[in-house]
Design a protein around this ligand. Structure first.
Ligand code: MLT
Ligand code: ZN
Length: 456
């Protein structure tokens, strides 16, 4: 006689909170929540649950806490370190339905958005009010504000506006017992007690579930110019960066990629012989101001002595074409295989040494693997992508992260630690740091149900 499966009591409790249609137990329905988009991280979820608002998130967390069920919070599932997908048996708590974006408070220069609002939606709302949001990156149409805050996301504009941490004026979160930490008023000056919101930025879902974020906005700058500069080596790129910093007040972004990465992108785009100059190192500079900043940029490039093959773009289509070469790296790499993505940061002065040594340490760790390097030059933030190493082979990660640490850098600049780099945290955080982090984790999540295995 067939044995009937035991009803999942937790699923029933969650259905009472969010409605049965938003508790996904069926494997096909759960599947999109179980795998990250690089394909490197995947695990089976016990359930995927889709609350609609903060009260429902609180109800979900309280029910999971009562059942001792672990939770993996998930936003747009664009993360790159495995922090947003289950490892096996957790409840995936999707914040996607919390996608409201409030009216812009023009006096304060802020907007409140639900954790599930996309970066693009926030940018659009800010733009409609004559303002802008100071964070941007390629996954803008899928990445969500909650995920951005939870990882302290960076992106190309961090050079000018700082990382996500600098944009968060206040946030609302659900703690591990289901209680709600209310959002504060978003005052610039408010030093009444510990800043718990600031502690949650960058905590990668291990201390609380973020449900709403008040975001600072910046002036919208209508005149924008990009330049793609071809350079002989990384030393020349760092020298150019120094000139730009000293001379260009309108500087907004300084990105880089190498020629093999450019070729991969061109092949992927089917762009053939795109008429951009070829050189070992390419630096993409962008400036933005209220009035045309072309002269300011051109004068700085001339004084840096860059060669006359530099491509300048002052219209939207031209800029987009140049940015496609930089932002297209992620997609082109993914199309070529399952990459190891190591997002590291090193002091700018160490960049040339780091870039020269990475391919060598990768070649030793995974003979035959291919290394693609690109990233945010101005922040010393290098995206080390390795193709051709087995997805679960730790040797490449160990070697690259150790090199970043040896250069005085960090193992995680903007993607987060997640599960991918949790065991490497000791490379850049000492025993006192780690012990304090563990005490904070134990105080806020004593049962360890929030994103277990991530960060610590
Ligand atoms: C980028 O800068 O393009 C992003 O961090 C994504 C990536 O590293 O692939
Ligand atoms: Zn990046």
């Amino acid at each position: 006689m067939p044995v009937a499966a035991a009803p999942d009591v937790l699923a029933q409790r969650l259905a009472a909170v969010v409605g049965a249609g938003h508790v996904l137990a069926d494997p096909d329905m759960r599947a999109p929540f179980e795998r990250d988009w690089t394909g490197r991280f995947a695990g089976r979820a016990r359930l995927a649950v889709r609350p609609a608002d903060t009260a429902q998130v609180a109800g979900v967390v309280a029910a999971c806490a009562a059942a001792g069920a672990a939770i993996v919070p998930q936003g747009g599932n664009t993360g790159l370190v495995g922090a947003g997908v289950p490892r096996g048996g957790e409840v995936v708590l999707s914040l996607r339905r919390l996608d409201h974006v409030g009216a812009v408070d023009a006096g304060a220069g802020q907007v409140v958005a639900g954790a599930g609002a996309t970066l693009a939606a926030v940018q659009a709302r800010a733009g409609a009010a004559g303002l802008a949001f100071g964070v941007d990156f390629a996954a803008r149409d899928s990445a969500t504000v909650g995920g951005l805050a939870a990882t302290d996301a960076g992106g190309a504009l961090a050079l000018r506006h700082g990382t996500m941490r600098a944009q968060v004026a206040g946030l609302q979160a659900v703690l591990a017992d289901g209680s709600v930490l209310p959002r504060r008023a978003g005052l610039l000056k408010d030093n009444a007690g510990y800043d718990l919101g600031a502690l949650l930025v960058g905590s990668e879902g291990t201390l609380a579930v973020l449900t709403e974020v008040a975001l600072r906005l910046v002036p919208r700058l209508p005149a924008r110019v990009a330049a793609l500069v071809a350079l002989p080596d990384a030393d020349a790129a760092v020298a150019l960066l120094a000139v730009l910093r000293a001379q260009v007040a309108s500087l907004e972004a300084v990105e880089f990629f190498l020629d093999d990465g450019l070729q991969l992108v061109l092949d992927h785009l089917g762009a053939g012989r795109d008429p951009v100059p070829r050189a070992p190192v390419h630096v993409l500079v962008q400036v933005a101001a209220r009035t045309d900043p072309t002269q300011e940029l051109a004068a700085a490039l001339a004084s840096a002595g860059v060669d006359d093959r530099t491509v300048l773009a002052d219209d939207g289509a031209g800029r987009e074409r140049l940015w496609r070469l930089r932002e297209g790296h992620t997609e082109a790499i993914n199309a070529a295989g399952i990459p190891h993505k190591l997002d590291v940061g090193v002091p700018v002065a160490e960049l040339p040494r780091f870039l020269a040594q990475v391919p060598r340490v990768v070649a030793r760790a995974a003979p035959g693997a291919r290394t693609i390097l690109f990233g945010h030059l101005g922040d010393g933030n290098v995206h080390v992508n390795v193709l051709g190493a087995a997805p679960d082979d730790p040797a490449v990660d160990d070697a690259v992260l150790a090199l970043a640490a040896a250069c005085g850098g960090t193992i995680s600049a903007e993607h987060g630690v997640g599960v991918a780099k949790a065991r490497h945290l000791g490379l850049v955080r000492g025993s006192v740091d780690l012990a304090a982090m563990r005490r904070v984790k134990a105080a806020l999540d004593p049962a360890g149900i929030l994103n277990p295995g991530a960060v610590l």
